[in-house]
Design a protein. Sequence first.
Length: 221
Amino acid sequence: MSACRSRLVRSIRPVSAALVLGAALLLGAAAGEARAADSYSIDPAHSNMGFSVRHFFSKVPGHFTKFEGTITYDTQDVAKSSVNVSIDTASIDTTEPKRDTHLKSPDFFDAEKFPKITFVSSKVTPAGPNKLKVDGTLTIRGVSKPVTLDVDLLGTGPDGWGGVRSGFEARTKINRQDYGVAWNKVVEGGGTVLSDDVDIVLNVEAIRQAPPKAAEAPKKG
């Protein structure tokens, strides 16, 4: 009887161990799935919303200094990712105050009437290793047009302060005339002072947000 019991115990142990291991793997997978979609906030102090426009024969750069945005990135299903960005139009900076004043005027952005430039994504698709295509709607001067951002994923890792950061670089080109940013001058001999095409390059550093804490169950009286 004792020998039978011993054999039974030896046969149960591997099965029990397998069940425990299987449960652990399932719990780990569930935890990974719960973390699949991470939410990030754009860090304005380490990001740049830049652009450049041809002026005569060279390209003049500029950027916006005030903006905010959120990024949701789902590592398991990229299609569930999203981007939402809002830029203060009046924060335009080309390092030339007189030019910036002109750019804020109705000739260009009309910042008083249209204080925000926004981008809201509608579709995110993989485009190669560490590359994405982000389709969305860009709104300038109250005019909304579809654009596609070519995005490079630059990396993700700890930031030294207990947080996690990710880096992205996005590029696209738009025609400013499509948005009513129409001022220009014809120069002698033909041609114009400014090009209609605007190159946009966005360098973004984003901080991963902690998932919301589960609500505590009400205590029974």
